[in-house]
Each structure stands twice: as structure tokens, then as C-alpha cells.
Design a protein. Structure first.
Length: 261
């Protein structure tokens, strides 16, 4: 977050690339490959505010510092919760791989337990820290993991988009399908719908703000809404830096426990 190029963001950061396939011959798979293959820069750091809003309108706010670094086709990212006190020093790390047959490795550190826990494949459908994003949403999803088809073209906020329906090849996926709106030529995802196992709409991801940082398109504001629970998670980014040096030793279980100052 790749879900809208890592949703996430990682989940969380979106960039652009050149047109890879001509408009006359483009397929749903081509569109999603173009989204997936956008360059993101060698390293990214940012500050993130996560706002959770429940069905009664009550909100909880969390601040997070995150770091991401590319290693060829592989990628490592780590995030540290810095406030409030009940989640401070919690950390999450994800290693994703260019090898299409290799799943992400994920870990979470809970300071109350003073232990780093590896996220198993069975637990990747769990929701992350009370948010509306699952661990799987935060990880790497390759275009080959789904069957894609163009089901239409629409204009959103004045931008022409391909509408892509993606059906998981894995029958055990928690989503029966997703529908993604991808801006033509820039290959930036601007909206994504997630459907549950019964085919009903479960969640909608909306990108509210995108801007360029060092020549890359970067998401600055996104929101995931669970329409079945009437619960939302908003992620807002600031102090985004691309190309800043990050030590390789930062992406370790030891650093997860140590945290950031």
C-alpha cells in the first residue's frame, strides 16, 4: 500500500510513471501493472495522523512516523506510533518482495508485552490497530494475484478514469472483488471499493488529496470507510521526504523495540 500503490501507502504513498501500454490496446491487467510499477524513489519518510471515527461520531487520533526503503524489486517499511500514550511505542514492520511467489513478511511490536510478534498468513485479514485497514491491505498485492477487467470509464473530480474490476484468484481471500478508479495516463488510483465474501460492498477507500514531492505524485490525505460498520479511518500525511538516507539497520526487530526519538 499494491493496493492503490500500497494504499496504501505505503499503504500509503502513490507516485506516477510513464504510459506503458497504448490506450488502444490496454487491458485491465495492463492498467493495474502500470499502477503497480510506478517508481516511488529510493527512500521515503513521513509523519502521519490517523483519525478513527465510530458510528456515534466519536473520534480518536494517533500520530505515526513511517519509513520506507527500496532494495531493487523488494521494499521494507516500518512505522512507529508516537501518540497517544495508550499506543505510543507500538511499531509495525513489513518486508515485501518482487518475487511473485513470495508473500510479505510482517511483524508488530506491542510494548505492553515487550515482544515482537510475527503476523501469520491466517491473521493478515485482521484489522490493524483498530483501523479499517487490514494487515493485508497494508502489504504488497501483485497484479498477477487477481483477474482484472475494464468495466467502464468515468470522470471523477474532472479526471478521466479507467474503472477496473479485480477478482482474487485465491478463493480464500476476504474480498470477493475490488473495483478501482485509476486516473488515465498518470496511473494514480483515486478510489477503491472492497466487496465482502457475499458480494456486498464492505469498504470504500477515497483519496482526498495528492500532490507532487520531488517530482513524484504522493497521497497526502486518504480515507477508508467501512460502510457496514459506519466506521472510518482517515490518514493525513505531512513532512514527506523522498530520497532521504535511511540506515539498513532501521528495518529490524531491534529497532521496533527501540522506537524513534
Amino acid at each position: 500500500m499494491k493496493e492503490l500503490k500500497r494504499i496504501t501507502l505505503s499503504v500509503f504513498l502513490i507516485t506516477c510513471t510513464t504510459v506503458l501500454v497504448s490506450a488502444q490496446s490496454i487491458t485491465g491487467l495492463d492498467v493495474m501493472k502500470n499502477v503497480y510499477n510506478r517508481p516511488t524513489g529510493p527512500a521515503i519518510t513521513s509523519e502521519m495522523t490517523m483519525t478513527l471515527t465510530n458510528s456515534r461520531g466519536s473520534t480518536r487520533e494517533r500520530t505515526i512516523r513511517q519509513y520506507l526503503k527500496k532494495y531493487g524489486d523488494d521494499e521494507k517499511k516500518i512505522m512507529f506510533f508516537t501518540s497517544p500514550a495508550d499506543v505510543k511505542n507500538t511499531s509495525f514492520m513489513d518486508w515485501s518482495y518482487g518475487d511473485s511467489g513470495k508473500d510479505d513478511d510482517m511483524w508488530i511490536y506491542l510494548p505492553a508485552l515487550k515482544k515482537v510478534k510475527r503476523i501469520s498468513s491466517e491473521n493478515k485479514s485482521d484489522y490493524f490497530m483498530g483501523s479499517d485497514f487490514t494487515y493485508d491491505d497494508l502489504g504488497d498485492r501483485k497484479p498477477e494475484d487477481d483477474t482484472h477487467r475494464i468495466i467502464g470509464e468515468e470522470t471523477i473530480n474532472g479526471k478521466d478514469c479507467y474503472v477496473i474490476e479485480s477478482t482474487p484468484k485465491d478463493k480464500n481471500s476476504m474480498y470477493s472483488k475490488t473495483i478501482t478508479w485509476v486516473v488515465k495516463n498518470s496511473w494514480v488510483g483515486t478510489k477503491k471499493e472492497f466487496y465482502d465474501e457475499d458480494g456486498d460492498l464492505l469498504k470504500t477507500l477515497t483519496i482526498h488529496s495528492v500532490d507532487k514531492v520531488n517530482g513524484y505524485w504522493v497521497i497526502l490525505d486518504m480515507e477508508m470507510e467501512n460502510v457496514q460498520k459506519n466506521h472510518t479511518t482517515r490518514l493525513q500525511f505531512k513532512d514527506v521526504q523522498i530520497g532521504k538516507s535511511i540506515n539498513d539497520n532501521f528495518f529490524t526487530e531491534r529497532q521496533m523495540k527501540k522506537g524513534v526519538r
